[in-house]
Structure formats: C-alpha cells, structure tokens
Design a protein around this ligand. Structure first.
Ligand code: CAA
Ligand code: NAI
Length: 246
C-alpha cells in the first residue's frame, strides 16, 4: 500500500498499460483518475476496477487540448484531491516506412505523444510547484532508445519524451517534484496488434526472457517510481523490456 492517500491521473487509462497501471495504483491505495478520449470504454473499465467514485473516476479528455486538460485537472482536484502523481501514458502509432510516411501521420503522432505530454506535464507541474511536491512519470519505449523500422514519427516522440523527462527533472527537483520515464518493451496490448505476426515473433525471440511484456509488468514499474520507495530517483529512464536489447 505504497500510494495510500495519493491522487494520480493516468492518461490513456481506459485500456492497455494505462488501465493496468490504474488497477495497480488502486491496489496500492491511490485515488485514480482515468483520462481518455474513448469514453465508451469507461463504464466497463470502472466496473472492472471495482472501486467507487471516491477512489476511481473517468474523465473524457484529449491530452492535446489545453482547455480540456485544464478543466479536467481542476475537476480531478475537486473530486479526488490535489494531484500527487501524473502518469503521461496516452500514446498512438501511425506506422509507415520513411519513404511512405505522410505529413498527417507525422503530425498526429507528434501531437499526442509529445505535445500531449508537454501540456499535461506543464499543467500538473504548475500545481505541484505550489505545493512543493509531486511525481511526473512519462512513457517512452524501447523504440525511444533504439529506434524501430516503420516508426520515424513514433521514435521521434519517444526519444523526445526522454528529453522532456531529463529537462523537467533538472528544473523541478528543487521544487520537490520527481520526474522519471519508463521505457517498455513490446507489451501485449491493442497497440501491438498492428505489428505483423512474423515481426512480433522475431522481436520475442530477441528478448532475453523470451516473452513480450504484460501490461502489469509496466504498471509495477510505474507504481515503484510513483512511490516513496523511489524518493531519491529522478531523471531516470527505467527500461522494462525483458532484456530485449542485451
Ligand atoms: N522490425 C523488423 N523488420 C520489420 C519491422 C520491424 N519492426 N517492420 C517491418 N519490417 C520488415 C518487414 O518484415 C519487411 O521485410 P521484407 O522486405 O524482408 O519482407 C520490410 O520491413 C517492409 O515491411 P512491409 O512489407 O510490412 O512494408 P509495408 O510498407 O507494407 O508496411 C509497416 C510497413 C507499416 C512499417 C509494417 O511493416 C509494420 O507495421 N511494421 C511493424 C512496425 C512496428 O514494429 N511497430 C510497433 C508498434 S507497437 C509500438 O510502437 C509500441 C512500442 O513502443 C514498442
Ligand atoms: P493502447 O492503444 O492500448 O492504449 C492507449 C490509450 O491511450 C487508449 O485508451 C487511447 O484511447 C488513449 N489515447 C490515445 N490518444 C489519446 C488522447 N489524445 N488523449 C487521451 N487519451 C488518448 O496502448 P498501450 O500499449 O497501452 O500504450 C500505452 C503507452 O505505452 C503509450 O504511450 C505507448 O506508446 C507506450 N508503449 C507501449 C508499448 C507496447 O508495446 N504496447 C511499448 C512501449 C511503450
């Protein structure tokens, strides 16, 4: 119960890694706000989380909208209390080989994966600075450390997330705010369903632990970094990739 009494916002929390993180945070005592554009998933997600509105709530928020983020953050603070932890998890892919990638594919991924992290992180930091405490966790990727075929746009954002993380750790440490990133390996969620089966098979074979990650593997890393067990850790990028890059 390392997160008792803490309030956490998890962007992209309606499914996948974000949902698993919400479940883990609740089990560790946190109050959790799920933010997502897919409001249609909320009823089922909240039912499966098995916690009432005093502990778990869902908000329809597009992380690329400054106005929606500001409104939702104020609403979370009124519903669940001051935000102690922000998990910037919302992300998308629009994969294409470089010679086929369109401006629209580039822009869409930059908007959600990079600008969305900027907006949410900035709005949370403004509030955390006033209170002199807080934790911001960003989601990079094994692709944000090593690149990946077909992911020019996505790799640029996930490398960029590391840049934001290190910069914010330097800026905000003196304000009592820790900032870290998790870099997951390929994880069994709907996001990897676009990857051709043969490619996925090769990636698994390259992984030392010989399996893809489960969302709970990533959630456990977020829970550790959110907790006081990580009180002296900031500006770190934690790879959770089963030894894929060894
Ligand atoms: N790793 C290694 N080889 C890859 C690859 C990858 N990730 N992606 C494609 N290739 C190979 C293909 O096997 C193919 O090889 P051959 O020419 O020898 O057959 C070659 O690259 C060209 O691929 P396609 O024939 O599929 O080309 P396409 O233009 O039809 O499609 C593509 C290109 C959209 C990039 C498609 O191949 C694809 O979706 N690849 C997977 C990309 C990927 O790994 N995305 C990860 C999504 S999950 C995620 O992003 C989460 C995270 O952080 C890890
Ligand atoms: P997912 O596609 O299952 O879930 C992502 C969630 O984000 C969805 O519920 C989606 O509706 C939401 N979302 C998308 N755009 C949004 C927006 N503009 N505003 C608010 N919510 C939005 O993906 P998954 O796998 O759970 O990924 C979560 C994060 O982990 C992403 O940042 C992804 O890049 C990263 N990641 C995933 C890996 C994987 O293999 N699945 C590996 C490494 C990193």
């Amino acid at each position: 119960m390392r997160l008792t009494g803490k309030t956490a916002i998890i962007t992209g929390g309606a499914r996948g890694i974000g949902y698993a993180t919400a479940r883990r945070f609740l089990s560790e005592g946190a109050n959790v706000a799920l933010w997502d554009v897919q409001a249609g998933l909320f009823e089922e997600a909240l039912r499966r989380l098995e916690h009432g509105p005093d502990r778990a709530r869902a908000y329809e928020v597009d992380v690329t909208s400054r106005e929606q983020v500001q409104q939702a953050m104020a609403q979370v603070e009124s519903d669940l209390g001051p935000v102690d932890v922000l998990v910037n998890n919302a992300g998308i892919t629009k994969d294409a080989m470089l010679h086929k990638m369109t401006d629209a594919q580039w822009d869409a991924v930059i908007d959600v994966n990079l600008k969305g992290v900027f907006i949410c992180g900035q709005e949370a930091a403004l509030r955390m600075r006033e209170r002199g405490r807080g934790v911001i966790l960003n989601t990079s990727s094994v692709v944000g450390l090593y690149g990946n075929i077909g992911q020019t746009n996505y790799a640029a954002t996930k490398f960029g997330v590391i840049g934001l993380t290190l910069t914010w750790a330097k800026e905000l440490g003196r304000k009592g705010i820790r900032v870290n990133a998790v870099a997951p390996g390929f994880t069994r969620t709907e996001m990897v369903e676009t990857v051709p089966a043969a490619v996925l098979e090769k990636l698994q074979q390259k992984t030392s632990l010989n399996r893809l990650a489960e969302p709970d593997d990533i959630a456990a890393a977020f829970a550790f970094l959110a907790s006081d067990d990580a009180a002296y850790i900031t500006g770190h990028v934690l790879s959770v990739d089963g030894g894929m890059t060894l």
